[in-house]
Design a protein. Structure first.
Length: 130
């Protein structure tokens, strides 16, 4: 049986959903109550995959770059995005650096495109993922 990721936002008002019932697929035991969802479970799939790679690489950004085939600025941008999604603040100075990093990454991608190192589709995908 296919299992789906539980939605985390109410489709009507946008509020975070709570877990109210847990069930055992083997014996059909059910437990009802107010249960807290894990913070990481609320991350979009793409962010969760990034976190897994980041942990696998022990936080070494160079290794994350190699594993995902993305630039340093893109790794930093994704990391800042996950930090924000988990509810932490990224200091303003770092947010400004993030914008600069994205600009540099965008330039690198366009440079690769102009040299014929990547296709237009690859460039588009990379820019979208910044």
């Amino acid at each position: 049986m296919m299992k789906y990721k539980a939605p985390n936002k109410c489709p009507v008002c946008g509020e975070n959903l709570s877990i109210n019932k847990l069930g055992c697929p083997k014996c059909a035991t059910a437990i009802e109550g107010e249960f807290q969802s894990c913070e990481f479970c609320r991350l979009p799939e793409e962010d969760l995959e990034f976190v897994k790679v980041f942990i696998k690489c022990r936080g070494n950004i160079k290794d994350v770059e190699k594993e995902l085939g993305i630039s340093y600025p893109t790794v930093r941008g994704k990391l800042d995005g996950v930090i924000k999604a988990l509810g932490f603040d990224v200091p303003v100075k770092e947010a400004q650096q993030e914008r600069k990093i994205k600009e540099v990454a965008r330039s690198e991608i366009l440079d690769q495109l102009s040299k014929g190192e990547i296709s237009a589709k690859e460039a588009t995908d990379k820019i979208i993922n910044l």
